[in-house]
Design a protein around this ligand. Structure first.
Ligand code: SAH
Length: 508
């Protein structure tokens, strides 16, 4: 929404990395924002929560390029406030901890732009916690100091008083400390700290890319060399010793695996969140998106007429969703649908129907058109067959026509209801495609033939050694047409089963 007056700018803390560690308030503002200004520490999965049409502006570092200078970010925020009712400035961790959030707030204040701060969980606390290090512990330490290891470049004299920090009891936490780590740690020892003090560093804390190293104040610089880089939190103090008891005992089954999800942005979250819950580093790379069907009037007319059919046959969860969005735009009450019998192509589609309180009469165990037809034949006696009954087949513009042809062969009177179309996803706001090329992946998932076709159309090189997982035989056939043989195929065509197949594939 555009306004001529000043909109509101929300300085929102995104949390330390795990997208689930944003606050409820932050997420609500993000989901309703008209514009989001973000940088590298904001997790890509958070951006996928933005509403359609939300303007997303990246101001962080690009490969080889510097980030937008702070002055320009301040100006950008002021100009966004002139254009949009609600702008979210998403910042890693807490906006007021070393993120220059307070400078942005002062610039907004000077420009008369109303702003509001939503605190976030800072990596200073979450980083150590994520590997089992509490910053305070009764009897061990009852205070902590957080400081930057990277003073403003060009500053003649550091405003950091290292001797004072060294003399202060309690845990020490260093942010932005990796590039000058050796010098900083050495200065602490020279200022009197015991080189044997336990110390640890954690990079990409709370994300699947998390890595950590435990050493001592004297040996940490060597220990991280070539192992850990930025962004990392360094923690020094006796509390570090608690890690051996409080750190996670057993890694999750997909820990360390980077897995690509190629579904639509709308659908990806289910698969992506299951995989990340199991420890995978998920790259969401949607190749297709759902758009309205070419002939919207036909679709609307079919939905209006839907209460007059003996059967409703649904070919996909998306079909169910789009059908009922349209249905409830016309009718208020689900009972207007009448007493039609319902068929679903598989368990995923049936689960979507259940959200509307509808149970299915016919559904094969495997979500394949041929299996649905076989199921109609097998169960035919229960409802007197399909000859001369009226059926509305709800499906996508680009599907196969097996269901239509086979039901017509059995003398059913089938009308089509084309509820949506799938088209290639052209946006890459999260940089997932670039990450795939630069960093590779362990496995790529395909959840329909169209995800295969559209992935191929992107012409991205499949990373070396990258395995392929298919949701079922139809998707596998399409993969083979494109010269790819899946390394794993889900026996039952649904997301949960695909996830289990992947876990098994990696031998867990
Ligand atoms: N406002 C942020 C800090 C911004 S300064 C916060 O409250 O967390 C950037 C520094 O934060 C990095 O150099 C690193 O020291 C730390 N950092 C941020 N996210 C991190 C993460 N996921 N893992 C480890 N360190 C992180």
């Amino acid at each position: 929404m555009k306004t001529s007056q000043n909109g509101m700018v929300h300085l929102v803390g995104a949390g330390p990395g795990d997208p689930e560690l944003i606050t409820l308030k932050g997420l609500r503002l993000l989901e309703s924002a008209d514009c989001v200004v973000y940088d590298a520490l904001a997790d890509a999965a958070l951006l996928s929560r933005c509403k359609p049409g939300c303007e997303k502006i990246y101001v962080g570092k690009r490969a080889g390029n510097h980030a937008l200078p702070q002055e320009q970010i301040n100006e950008l925020l002021i100009s966004c406030a002139g254009k949009y009712a609600s702008t979210v400035r998403l910042k890693g961790g807490d906006p007021y901890i070393f993120g220059r959030g307070s400078e942005e707030a002062l610039a907004l204040l000077a420009a008369g732009v109303p702003f509001h701060v939503v605190p976030g969980i800072t990596s200073a606390i979450a980083g150590p916690a994520s590997i089992g290090i509490p910053l305070t512990h009764r009897g061990v330490c009852s205070q902590f100091t957080v400081f930057t290891g990277h003073e403003m470049p060009g500053k003649e004299e550091s405003s950091l008083d290292i001797p004072a920090i060294a003399a202060t009891p309690g845990t020490k936490v260093i942010l932005m400390g990796m590039s000058r780590l050796r010098g900083t740690l050495q200065a602490l020892v020279e200022a009197g700290m015991d080189a044997a003090t336990p110390a640890a560093a954690v990079q990409w804390a709370t994300t699947p890319r998390q890595k950590w190293v435990e050493a001592t104040l004297g040996s940490l610089a060597d220990a991280v060399e070539g192992v850990l880089g930025s962004p990392a939190v360094v923690v020094i103090g006796d509390v570090v010793s608690l890690r051996s008891q409080l750190g996670a005992a057993k890694p999750l089954p997909l820990a360390g695996k980077r897995i690509v999800v190629t579904r639509t942005r709308e659908q990806a979250s289910g698969l992506a969140s299951r995989l990340s819950a199991l420890g995978a580093d998920v790259l969401e790379l949607p190749t297709i998106k759902i758009v309205p069907p070419t002939d919207r009037k036909d679709f609307a007319a079919a939905v209006v007429d839907s209460p007059h059919y003996d059967w409703l046959v649904f070919s996909s969860p998306n079909g169910v969703k789009k059908f009922f969005e349209a249905f409830f735009a016309v009718y208020e009450d689900i009972r207007e649908l009448g007493g039609a019998r319902i068929a679903a192509v598989g368990p995923g589609t049936a689960a979507e129907l259940k959200k509307y309180g509808l149970m299915v009469d016919v559904m094969p165990a495997k979500a394949v058109a041929e299996e649905l037809i076989a199921e109609f034949d097998r169960k035919g006696d229960e409802f007197g067959g399909v000859a001369n009954v009226t059926m509305l087949w709800v499906h996508s513009e680009k599907g196969r026509d097996v269901i239509y042809k086979e039901l017509m062969k059995r003398q059913a009177i089938v009308d089509e209801c084309i509820a949506y179309n799938t088209v290639p996803e052209t946006e890459d706001p999260t940089g997932a495609r670039a990450r795939l090329v630069a960093e590779g992946a362990d496995l790529i998932t395909f959840t329909s033939s169209s995800t295969v076709q559209n992935f191929m159309a992107l012409n991205l090189p499949l990373p070396q050694g990258c395995k392929v997982a298919s949701i079922g035989p139809v998707t596998t056939a399409t993969l083979k047409e494109h010269g790819l043989t899946p390394d794993a195929e889900s026996p039952v065509h649904n997301i949960e089963d695909l996830v289990q197949t992947i876990v098994k594939h990696f031998g867990n």
